[in-house]
Design a protein around this ligand. Structure first.
Ligand SMILES: [Ca+2]
Ligand SMILES: [Ca+2]
Length: 176
């Protein structure tokens, strides 16, 4: 009797070990972005059903307007067959693409922000602790205070040289 129990728990332990290791393999292999998009697909189908208030399996512009990504331009782009409504496939494809873009954008924006902070910090004269850096879609917004007009220009120049920066909005204020 005792032997059987031991055997059972040994099998269980092996199964657990295998289960765990295959899970780890999946976690290591999958790219975080691809993973979130994949998971997103299931919830996008649910989202589609929620937006489709009259349940005719098609989204009109009004129904789609409840979506976070909605603009008229987005609707037109998503409507691949140009029939003026979105079927589930059009919606899921568009939305997963838009989410993927958003994930990528946030990732590259945060890389730009940290580079900008590091490069500003390297400019000793700038007193960069008083400069705040934000990046959205490759556009860097500088705000806070600098000692003089020259520092304001210097900060902008330093940041605009960073790879991926589309433009710099210089909202730095010169301390009076
Ligand atoms: Ca509908
Ligand atoms: Ca369509």
């Amino acid at each position: 009797m005792k032997k059987l129990t031991t055997l059972k728990s040994a099998t269980l332990a092996i199964a657990l070990a295998f289960g765990l290791s295959s899970m780890q393999v999946v976690a290591l292999d999958s790219d975080a972005v691809a993973d979130s998009v994949q998971n997103g697909r299931f919830s996008l189908e649910t989202e589609f059903k929620k937006l489709d208030t009259d349940s005719n399996a098609l989204l009109t512009q009004t129904e789609f307007s409840k979506d976070e990504f909605f603009t008229k331009g987005h609707f037109a782009k998503a409507d691949v067959d140009k029939d003026g409504v979105l079927n589930q496939e059009e919606f899921v494809n568009y939305k997963s693409g838009a989410q993927k873009q958003a994930v990528k954008r946030v990732a590259s924006d945060s890389v730009i922000t940290s580079k900008a902070k590091a490069n500003l910090l390297a400019e000793k004269k700038l007193k960069s602790l008083q400069i705040s850096v934000k990046t959205f879609n490759g556009v860097v917004i500088l705000s806070g205070f600098v000692d003089d007009e020259l520092s304001k220009i210097k900060a902008e120049t330093v940041v605009s040289k960073i790879e991926g920066v589309k433009s710099v909005k210089n909202s730095l204020e010169v301390k009076g």
